[in-house]
Write a protein that binds this ligand. Structure first.
Ligand SMILES: [Zn+2]
Length: 327
């Protein structure tokens, strides 16, 4: 079996290039693929797209937490023993796949990936590579997402039935990415929309970066009560009754394909709207790239690697590599 000098150190690590991709811990020199907090740390020097840089800066508690150098999509930069280029990943605004050209071949790290069109990000396009490092969030076969248009229609219809029943629909989605997708999806429904403060702040940055949205207001600001509310799943719901009266909640996430999710989250409804590729999309993506080796990372890395092998690819979880063998 061929081995490549690529390791898993709570992030992808290329030791010969002394470069980390999405490490969870601060590292001397790292790529940040997108601004979700589980992909960001306070690295002394990091590289990211301009939109990711802006979003990371917006969300950082310590403004002095290291330098993030902005690198636009498609513009190669030369680093230590490699050339790095970002390509759209389709996940959230600014999200990037990272191509690292090395003397042992072209390494493509997808980061979180979506191949379908969303409202606020360009879908991921396959880029030829010798080694693919594939993020495996929904890497099990039962994660097959329905058509997003049908999911949105069901979500809007649920909102209208909740309103008809005299309650306020509250839609739960992460403040960065999902919140803006839900907001855009509601554009045609003609409802007044209230955003939780954290969703509101990120949406203002999206607008500054050129995204268009239907009108919205910050939840709690003076004015008429919004017909529908968007907030992160982690926000406290206890105070909502004072602001909204009777309300009902719905979670929008790919995990809605798990039957137990509705009970686990204690919500009234779930809708499988995702900003990730589903299982079949991940497999097709890996097949299209056709790399000599596919390393799966995070999520269901072992299951996805097994299914890719059954489909004829050479694949294994990066975390399973015997690191001692490489030194
Ligand atoms: Zn993400």
């Amino acid at each position: 079996m061929i081995s490549y000098p690529i390791l898993w150190e709570s992030g992808v690590y290329l030791p010969e290039q002394h470069l980390w991709l999405d490490p969870r811990q601060p590292r001397p020199r790292a790529v940040i693929s997108h601004a979700h907090s589980d992909h960001v740390a306070d690295h002394p020097l990091a590289y990211a797209t301009p939109a990711t840089r802006r979003l990371v800066t917006h969300r950082r508690r310590k403004p002095s937490a290291g330098t993030v150098e902005a690198v636009p999509y498609g513009e190669p930069i030369a680093l230590n023993r490699c050339v790095v280029t970002f390509y759209p990943a389709g996940h959230v605004l600014g999200s990037a796949q990272t191509l690292v050209e090395t003397d042992f071949g072209r390494v493509l790290y997808t980061g979180d990936l979506r191949t379908r069109a969303g409202f606020t990000s360009t879908p991921a396009q396959p880029t030829p590579a010798d080694v693919l490092v594939l993020e495996s969030t929904f890497g099990k076969p039962h994660y097959r997402f329905p058509d997003a248009g049908e999911v949105i229609a069901a979500m809007v219809s649920w909102c209208k039935s909740v309103l008809d029943g005299g309650a306020t629909p509250v839609l739960l989605g992460y403040s960065l990415g999902k919140g803006q997708e839900i907001l855009s999806a509601l554009a045609a429904a003609g409802l007044t929309i209230g955003l939780h403060a954290s969703s509101f702040g990120v949406t203002e940055v999206y607008r500054e970066l050129g995204c268009d949205f239907p009108p919205y207001q910050r939840l709690g600001d003076a004015g008429p009560r919004p017909a529908v509310v968007i907030m992160p799943p982690t926000a406290r719901r206890a105070a909502l009754a004072d602001q909204l009266g009777v309300f009902k909640t719905a979670a929008l996430t790919g995990w809605a394909m798990d039957r137990s999710l509705k009970d686990r989250l204690a919500v009234d409804a779930v809708f499988p709207l995702s900003d990730h590729a589903d299982f079949e999309e991940l497999c097709c993506y890996a097949e299209t790239i056709g790399a000599r080796m596919t390393y799966t990372v995070l999520g269901f890395d072992e299951e996805l690697a097994m299914h890719l092998r059954r489909r004829g690819l050479r694949a294994k979880p990066l975390a399973a590599i015997d690191q001692l063998r490489l030194f």
